[in-house]
Design a protein around this ligand. Sequence first.
Ligand code: GTP
Length: 597
Amino acid sequence: TQLDLIRNFSIVAHIDHGKSTLADRLIQSTGTVADRDMKAQLLDSMDIERERGITIKANTVRIEYPAKDGKTYVLNLIDTPGHVDFAYEVSRSMRAVEGSLLVVDASQGVEAQTLANVYQALDAGHEIVPVLNKIDLPAAEPDRIRQQIEDVIGLDASDAVLISAKSGLGIPDVLEAIVTRLPAPKGERDAPLKAMLVDSWYDAYLGVVVMIRVMDGVIRKGDRVRMMQTNAVYGIDKLAVLKPQMVDIPELGPGEIGIFTASIKQVRDTRVGDTITHERKGCEKALDGFKPAQPVVFCGLFPVDANEFEALREAIEKLALNDASFSYEMETSAALGFGFRCGFLGLLHLEVVRDRLEREYDIDLITTAPSVVYQIYMKDGTVQELHNPADMPDLTYVDHIEEPRIKATIMVPDDYLGDILKLCQDRRGIQLDLSYAGSRAMVVYDLPLNEVVFDFYDRLKSVTKGYASFDYAITGYREDFLVKMSVLVNDEPVDALSMMVHRDRADMRGRAMVEKLKELIPRHMFKIPIQAAIGGRVIARETLSAMRKDVTAKCYGGDATRKRKLLDKQKAGKKKMRQFGKVEIPQQAFINALKMD
Ligand code: GTP
């Protein structure tokens, strides 16, 4: 395809502002997919994505559009995830395109992720077309939102396109705007091949599929190509474009986006951001690489039933094939037995992986307290990375501990501002900025990531009735007075519940934890002390009193069926319990005990 007939773009938006609905409309209105094959939210291919309405993996589609100027254009849409945990995937997909549609819900206005994503688009040098969606809603205020985009983002929104992705209103204007207002890609057809590895994933039938954007030169089926970072050489087996199903194509030239397969064994053999060139007569200089995404939140995953360990291992290995940002290694815990210590990009990523393991692979899991990565500076001058509070070295050898900090941007109607400031202050936050856009406040805080990983989202949502939006980026490490808090149940330490906390917050958290556990652990035939401790010193204690009578006693021994039912019920309840010494702790307790306040 000729360069001037290509437009490559992405859609940036806050969650729920209508990105997927718009993408579906663009696909549908150009006849890319026949109406009868149209499923709602076509681009969100994983079930869990459709269910939760979030887009996790970047997807792409090639659309052919006959424009008003009489020419047929090739439009390549790269879909990007909207959630903070996947900011890294957003940034890399953006480097593969020249422009963005900025979708803003005309009844809601600019939100935290609108800002975060639009800044990434601007960083990538994009031309941006503002699109105001949901103008069918009575609450839509396009004029006010247009002004807000100008005030908050500093983007001229006077010729924003007004649409309803739901009804289809304005969709032809969006297509024309893509062609007339976004730039065509640049590139040299005769130069040596230079293509960017944008994404890769595992397909059950095809193996590893690699998505590329060609910068210069031409790639053809059968070509021998070299990945410049890994230096591995592969033969191209299949070359295709996504419409969104794969359609084979003989070659891809400059400005084009497509996929290939090349008998690559694992997703891990491909590096996103790598430069692909020909084995012979390749290009000299690689594109600027990306830093790989680093897991920032770690937790242990253990099967409730120890017999399911092998099944869990298989499931985790399969998931990891398709998700290079997810890391895992085997872990043994005195109390929980064999499991895995896993690393995630953030809390949502953790939840998504845990959900998939439980639902797609049907394994009941115990999730231990999520932990961030601490830098432990030892007195002997070495530095250790701590992923698991259970591995905390003896304090006598430790000089100091540093923890990751984030810059959090929160947007909220000003009625709730006071609650937000209090929440951030309680979480050891330092206010950096406070400004207003209409009746919405934008606050920027410097916060320890450790205070955000447990239940910050939940708290934020509940104190603002869902009206706040939140985005964050890790800024660096800082020293603080951190200690390891252990939890003892019936005098046995439960390592899965130990956590790193700030010394000033330890008493509060310790008390909250033991009180919660007292509610969550069922009574036994004996008294159970529940304690929180720092080192050898107990900072909080509760006692769960013993159960008085046999539960079946009240059946008077007479009604056999009732008695059996009761016992069956107990048995079923046990399935989700785990034995700690003499005490059984329900699976739910591990998650709920961590929720504070
Ligand atoms: P993520 O995939 O989570 O990032 O969300 P998204 O931005 O893709 O939003 P999505 O397209 O899933 O739309 C969110 C909700 O808004 C859905 O319930 C849509 O049906 C609805 N919606 C989208 N466009 C419109 C519109 O033009 N008008 C109205 N009334 N509702 C819309």
